[in-house]
Design a protein around this ligand. Structure first.
Ligand SMILES: *Cc1c(COP(=O)(O)O)cnc(C)c1O
Length: 463
């Protein structure tokens, strides 16, 4: 049983910023990288994608942000800052109760992004992308969603600015999470299970892999096709791209300001990595300090053992989607044909990784590790029982790694400051929690042969 009287609370439990202290500009970490992330390539010509080519698919202002490797601070438009005030700042929380349960001398902090209806950090970029689509006078946007958090966030953002929103939802999630789907529909979005029979690429994938439950890569191909074949529509993506990491930097900027306020410096920063947007956003300003030689941080990306792009993938140019309709990105990848086992962290089932994070990882500026599903849910349960928040399975990957690090500190006696990103809540993941509670969860890890098969399909662009 918890012994509250022995709990020594020697600082604030939660650090909130005043509204006047909220970031007025996003921070673009590429500006401080000496070696920049590799550019997107046109799969037809093998040459870097030009702004004109990208504007067929993405909103113009977002294309500018995507290609901007040099501007360190990009102003957050007033309308977006106003919307942010609905649910930001997000709290920086000291996990006193978890520390006590672990008996660790480490100080654990988390930045909680689950305090909005989408239940995750994804709203930070969704609102920006919907804003720029509206500014450009578009009718609507198309997108994919895996677990449903991104689709929900974009539905909310599209409803706010009054534009149409068409979501291709990975089929296994569509079936497993009917309530997610209804949230999106309540915000006015149309939701189609992917692969569908609505698009050429969907029909082709269904033919090639009958009965497939889909993947993020398939859904992206369908959403891109839907955007380019409808007048007044553009495609938006919830992770991976440079622009998304830029918008998510609001997480790191707030965290950095909150730490300054209490005079604490994190030693280690941990985040789960699917396409890399929350981790990229959380670490950006800290990585900036590191790149400029002002401070050092130990930064750790955590991925599922079932979809280990950083830890077991290859750093190479690859397609961002299964249907091979998107530009090529240089990234740590498992191959665009890799379809991970149906593990329960839907948001971490992407075959690739942000080009920015891939480059930082390749330069040795951050580390990566993978964890198995059952261990992740054990950590989730302990966190829910001690800190009160029911975490998303994705976020729980970071919790697992944080607990392991805090237990290491217990052995060494190190009073390290650990910051991790608590990206969201898990209320729509109760099927996963049920499997865990019933002892029916399994930990499928792809074999080297599985990976070799999809990696053999990497496009040949000689870098
Ligand atoms: C989507 C999602 C992630 C993973 O996506 P990233 O782009 O890697 O951040 C992590 N946590 C939650 C709650 C998510 O919804």
């Amino acid at each position: 049983m918890r012994n509250c009287s022995s709990l020594k609370i020697d600082g604030p439990c939660k650090v909130y910023l005043e509204e006047s202290e909220l970031p007025k500009a996003w921070y673009n970490v590429r500006a401080d990288m000496k070696k920049k992330p590799a550019p997107l390539l046109n799969p037809g010509t093998g040459k870097p994608m030009t702004a004109a080519e990208l504007e067929g698919v993405f909103c113009s202002e977002l294309v500018k942000q995507e290609l901007d490797n040099d501007t360190a601070y990009i102003e957050i438009p007033e309308d977006i800052r106003t919307f942010y005030k609905m649910y930001r700042p997000s709290p920086l929380v000291r996990a006193y109760f978890l520390e006590q349960a672990l008996g660790t001398p480490a100080h654990i902090y988390y930045k909680f992004e689950g305090n909005n209806t989408s239940g995750s950090h994804k709203l930070n970029s969704a609102i920006a992308q919907a804003y720029y689509a509206k500014q450009q006078g578009l009718k609507g946007v198309t997108t994919e969603t895996g677990a449903g958090q991104w689709g929900t966030a974009l539905s909310m953002a599209s409803a706010f600015f009054g534009i149409d929103c068409q979501v291709y939802m990975v089929k296994c999630s569509y079936e497993q999470k009917p309530f997610r789907r209804e949230v999106m529909r309540t915000y006015g979005a149309s939701v189609t299970p992917s692969p569908s029979m609505n698009t050429n690429v969907g029909r082709k994938i269904n033919e090639e892999f009958p009965g497939t439950t889909g993947s993020l890569g398939c859904a992206i191909s369908e959403a891109v096709e839907a955007a380019v074949t409808q007048e007044g529509y553009r495609y938006v993506l919830g992770s991976v791209l440079n622009q998304v990491l830029l918008h998510q930097s609001v997480i790191g900027l707030e965290a950095q300001a909150a730490f300054k306020k209490i005079g604490v410096k994190p030693d280690m920063i941990i985040g789960c990595a699917g396409g890399g947007s929350n981790l990229g956003g959380l670490i950006s300003p800290f990585m900036g300090e590191k790149l400029r030689g002002e401070a050092d941080y130990d930064i750790l990306a955590i991925e599922p053992a079932s979809c280990p792009s950083l830890t077991r993938g290859k750093y190479a140019y690859d397609f961002c989607d299964t249907g091979k309709v998107c530009p090529l990105a240089k990234m740590y990848t498992l191959g665009s044909g890799f379809i991970p086992s149906a593990n329960h962290a839907g948001g971490l089932r992407y075959h690739g990784m942000s080009s920015i994070l891939s480059e930082l990882y390749d330069q040795g500026l951050m580390r990566a590790a993978s964890v198995e599903q059952t261990k992740v849910f054990e950590a989730a349960r302990l966190f829910a029982q001690t800190e009160g928040i029911l975490p998303a399975p994705e976020s729980s990957h970071a919790i697992r790694a944080t607990i392991d690090e805090a237990l290491r500190c217990k052995e060494t006696g190190e009073a390290k400051n650990i910051l991790f990103g608590l990206t969201g809540t898990g209320y729509f993941d109760m099927v996963a929690y049920q499997k865990f509670n019933d002892g029916e969860m399994n930990d499928y890890i792809p074999t080297d042969e599985d990976l070799a098969k999809s990696l053999a399909q990497l496009p040949n662009v000689g870098c």
